[in-house]
Design a protein around this ligand. Sequence first.
Ligand code: UDP
Length: 327
Amino acid sequence: MKTILVTGGAGYIGSHACKALRAAGYTPVAYDSLVTGWQDAVRFGPFEKGDLLDRARLDEVFRKYRPSAVMHFAALSLVGESMENPALYWRNNVLGSLNLAEAAVAAGCLDFVFSSTCATYGDQDGVVLDENSVQQPINAYGASKRAVEDILANFGASHSLRSVIFRYFNVAGSDPEGEIGECHRPETHLVPVLLEVISGQREALSLFGTDYPTPDGTCIRDYVHVSDLVDAHILGVKWLEAGKGSRVFNLGTGTGFSVREVIAKSGAVTNLTVPVVEKPRRPGDAAMLVSGSARAVEELGWSPRRSDLATMVSDAWRWHQSGHYEK
Ligand code: UDP
């Protein structure tokens, strides 16, 4: 059984990836600082507590498990926070990833799957973004991820590191079996925040910006189900195992929904009302981020199954009603 080192394996996407890896016959080793992750979410393989900034700890874990590949999820990922404190993002995301890439190369682990983001594209006036679109991030989160993409390209040229880089659009939903789910404290992402409003844990949804150049004035995003997203990661590992080399893939469905449309769908799925308070724009938000998603479908054979908005909201709602992790 091959072992995969999963950084951020106690987090939202990382824990779903561990579940998918286990189901695909791999042993996922979750490496996580637990700053934003949850030990309860580590259920599918060994857990190693550690920070990406701790190189000695990383070397120790590589020596202990000799993983055949790395899946690198661990990162800070909040656009708003990245605008308030960019240094935090450069230190954690860029220096942390540099440490990890160096440790992987030193250990001879040369297959690397990286979570990048559509935020690397920035704000591009309503065009659908494919992998060849220019990257011009408008927030520190996107800038930090683009820098890591550059590191991986350089390490590919100089150290034979092979990377599959996934640029995620907006990830939502939870494990359809309800075993794990999305849990951030505090929560800032649109779908789980909406569910907190719907369940009475918050008074109202703050709608950030109603004057964007979009049909209803609110931001448009391309939402993808976390289970579909992690399926692509399994295909990414297999791509590298097959010797197909470094490649970038967008992960989105190609369909965009405005914030108002997501609000309406969440109300319809739960059959409950959603109080909304209109607020100014949130710094760093692009008006529209929609994926040109053909490459992952055609080259990886990816076929998203649960990424329609109603399924994403209802999977997230089931998890929201049933469980949360405790520190
Ligand atoms: N959003 C909002 N209210 C919230 C959370 C998010 O209006 O409480 C908007 C946000 O401005 C963006 C979209 O919903 O236009 C998606 O935001 P999220 O934080 O979920 O993901 P991001 O696109 O920042 O990665």
